[in-house]
Write a protein that binds this ligand. Structure first.
Ligand code: SAH
Length: 264
């Protein structure tokens, strides 16, 4: 079962690796023939009223089959993804599919990324427990919570006010005292808390915002999707060396919602 590449199935939303046609065909085959056998709840109306333990079981399965089986190795990342209750970050009607291998709509035209992408980006940052992290694009607050499980402190910025406020409320209710949300244009970063050991941007920009590079600590790491809106973008890994030199590399083709400069 560990070999099922169901993330090859859906390309319509952002935040998933893109694949060749053949992968997709194989993926569709696997989805229809195997997934109903292994995740009966996922495809047959897993109730949003299911007990906490049922969600936990799905979370563990998600980590084993979608993350560990696809090469996510960082134990801290795997542990965090086992802990954060993703179903509490999605709209009520999507709870039953919260642990599926795809992004989900969170309103205002935005999405919570596919679990694999969240894990992949988090692993790229090599987050440590004494780190200070910045996220641009709070959305539901899920990526912030995953980081919050690992690092000392997370600052996260969302440009759409109702999304930012809802995420802040949710993170408070869940007891994430080390996460601070701000509603603003994240292009400028968050100067007063800089420099950051890790920076993750979860919306696709046509260039890397210079203030973010400037606010990255020496030795720090950043993950950002770069490219045109509604096209294939490159997930870029950026490192600032101890002497301040910037190195960038493309690590994965992805599709994210656009980085924007105003709310409406
Ligand atoms: N990380 C989120 C996924 C967010 S989708 C999660 O885990 O749920 C990308 C988010 O980036 C959207 O909510 C969008 O409104 C936000 N965004 C886009 N441009 C932004 C900007 N300039 N500053 C801050 N947030 C931005």
């Amino acid at each position: 079962m560990g070999k099922i590449r169901v993330y090859t199935l859906r390309a319509p939303y952002h935040a998933q690796p893109l694949n060749t046609g053949i992968c997709r065909v194989v993926g569709v085959f696997l989805l229809f023939f195997f997934i109903p056998l292994s995740f009966p709840g996922l495809t047959h109306g897993f109730s949003s009223k299911a007990p906490k333990e049922a969600y936990e079981k799905r979370r563990y399965d998600m980590v084993a089959m979608q993350l560990a089986a696809r090469g996510i190795k960082d134990e801290a990342v795997l542990r965090a993804m086992r802990r954060v209750p993703r179903h509490l970050f999605v709209p009520e009607g999507s709870k039953g599919t919260a642990y599926g291998d795809f992004p989900l709509s969170i309103g205002y035209g935005q999405t919570i990324s596919q679990p694999y992408i969240v894990a992949f980006m988090t692993e790229l940052l090599q987050p440590g427990k004494d780190h200070i992290a910045l996220e641009v694009g709070t959305g539901s607050g899920y990526q912030a919570a995953v980081l919050g499980e690992i690092v000392q402190e997370v600052f996260t910025i969302e440009i759409i006010p109702p999304l930012g406020r809802a995420a802040e409320r949710r993170l408070n209710e869940l007891g994430y005292e080390n996460i601070t949300v701000k509603v603003a244009d994240g292009y400028y970063g968050w100067e007063e808390h800089a420099p950051f050991d890790c920076i993750v941007v979860t919306a696709a920009s046509d260039h890397i915002p210079p203030p973010l590079v400037q606010q990255l600590k020496k030795g720090g790491k950043m993950a950002i999707p770069v490219g045109q809106p509604f096209r294939v973008q490159n997930l870029m890994a950026i490192e600032k060396s101890v002497d301040g030199e910037i190195k960038t590399r493309n690590v994965l083709p992805v599709r994210f919602v656009p980085f924007r400069r105003t709310w409406k």
